[in-house]
Design a binder for this molecule. Structure first.
Ligand code: 5GP
Ligand code: ZN
Length: 136
């Protein structure tokens, strides 16, 4: 399914041009227009899924396989020093385009980017309470 109002549907299916690094029947990988670092790219499924929750299991598996392939190729060609995979779901988590995408972010020693969080300091009791909330 495609969404007529979705920019990533249009890009993924070639209706709006983008700098393409890879394409097959299921995915297009493009350079991000607002990169965190040189070579920052996005994996876009050609079908419209708003986020991870909507992504079918087989597609999720295929995304990770492609992410690995792209990370290996990009690391070799761009000679980067590290690599982040980032995937945002929901406005609170920083998602701004509501068509599932995986960020491929090459990292360089001097790139001055921060992709991370402020670590909390939960007690063992708090961790246990959270564990129970998730699994029970
Ligand atoms: P999100 O914040 O939803 O995880 O990521 C959206 C990403 O899409 C951002 O990094 C943004 O720079 C990128 N982006 C938004 N619109 C376009 C576009 O039209 N073309 C390309 N190539 N990237 C886009
Ligand atoms: Zn879409």
């Amino acid at each position: 399914m495609k969404d007529a109002n979705c920019i990533f549907c249009k890009i993924a299916n070639g209706d709006i041009p983008a700098k393409t690094l890879y394409e097959d029947d299921e995915f297009r990988v493009i350079l991000d227009l607002g990169p965190a670092a040189r070579g920052h790219a996005l994996i876009l499924p050609k079908e419209h899924y708003a986020n991870l929750y909507e992504l079918p299991d087989e597609k999720a598996a295929a995304v990770m396989k492609l992410a690995k392939k792209m990370a290996v190729q990009m690391t070799e060609k761009l000679n980067c020093d590290g690599f982040n995979l980032v995937q945002n779901n929901g406005e609170t988590a920083g998602q701004t385009v509501f068509h599932f995408h995986m960020h491929l972010i090459p990292r360089y020693k001097d790139d001055n980017q921060k992709i991370g969080w402020n670590p909390g300091e939960p007690t063992q009791e708090e961790l246990e309470e959270i564990r129970k909330q998730i699994v029970e």
